[in-house]
Design a protein around this ligand. Structure first.
Ligand SMILES: C[S@@+](CC[C@H](N)C(=O)[O-])C[C@H]1O[C@@H](n2cnc3c(N)ncnc32)[C@H](O)[C@@H]1O
Length: 248
């Protein structure tokens, strides 16, 4: 499949991002697991572990940029009484793969909304929790601002959240090796084994542009949330987690 050029050169255009993930969807899980040497699975688990326990005994909430639902097993293992997860993802390919092949046995607890999260109109105060794993990098600063406002709006007072993203490990002495892996080795693997249109290489570009979660943490604080910002494995991933305070 040919990769279309992004409209106006904007790699953060939602239609372009959707195309990238539609084309990656068949091989996304294997590629992300192998090329991160298993770290992505570990970071999903740590993201769920960092989320303050929701107040409701049978909580319901959102998995934003859910992909093929990779975080659901971790979420359901830590909170087995979860009543419902509403997954939001813009990619038809990721959605189809999530529901048909991977999580059919969990379908009664999972609803999938195929939409741009920033245009999805999720209701105010509707979530006991919001989780998102590796879904921040495909947004630019203005979109991060809108996402922070959206998360603060949809969480119930007292609701909790946790989000993690692959990040630039600034200051780590092995950073050049890490960037070489991301920018050179992964595109090479894709060209050699996946005969792809360099879509996985695009994911590398989004990751290196992203930096880390610190600016997003400030946006969430400005939106009224209590935020804890953490680093994992020398800063190769960073997370934000916390709560929406209850009114006094
Ligand atoms: C790197 S994948 C992460 C998938 C999964 N959460 C995981 O843990 O691997 C990023 C996902 O974000 C989705 N996405 C990107 N922009 C989006 C948007 N504006 N609205 C909803 N989903 C979006 C993509 O379709 C893709 O499935």
């Amino acid at each position: 499949m040919e990769r279309e050029a992004p409209p106006g050169g904007d790699i953060y255009d939602p239609a372009f991002v959707k195309g990238v993930f539609d084309r990656c969807s068949e091989r996304y899980i294997a590629f992300s697991y192998l090329c991160s040497l298993g770290f992505t699975e570990r970071w999903r688990r740590q993201c769920v572990a960092a989320m303050p326990a929701p107040a409701d005994e049978r909580p319901s909430g959102y998995d934003l940029m859910a992909g093929t639902g990779e975080v659901w097993p971790h979420l359901l293992r830590r909170f087995p009484a979860i009543r419902a997860i509403t997954a939001v993802d813009i990619s038809t390919g990721m959605h189809r793969r999530a529901m048909e092949r991977l999580h059919a046995h969990r379908a009664h607890r999972i609803e999938f909304i195929e939409d741009d999260v920033l245009a999805s109109g999720l209701a105010d105060d509707s979530a006991d929790f919001v989780v998102s794993t590796f879904g921040l990098k495909t947004f630019n600063a203005a979109q991060h601002q809108r996402l922070a406002t959206l998360i603060a709006r949809v969480l119930k007072p007292g609701g909790s959240f946790s989000m993690i993203e692959a990040s630039d490990p600034r200051g780590w002495w092995l950073r050049p090796l890490y960037l070489f892996h991301l920018k050179r080795v992964l595109p090479w693997v894709e060209r050699l084994f996946l005969r792809g249109a360099e879509d996985f290489a695009m994911i590398g570009t989004y990751s290196t542009n992203f930096g880390d979660c610190s600016t997003f943490a400030d946006m969430l604080r400005a939106a009224g949330l209590e935020v804890d910002h953490r680093r994992f494995f020398f800063g190769c991933a960073t997370s934000v987690s916390g709560r929406k305070p209850r009114p006094d």
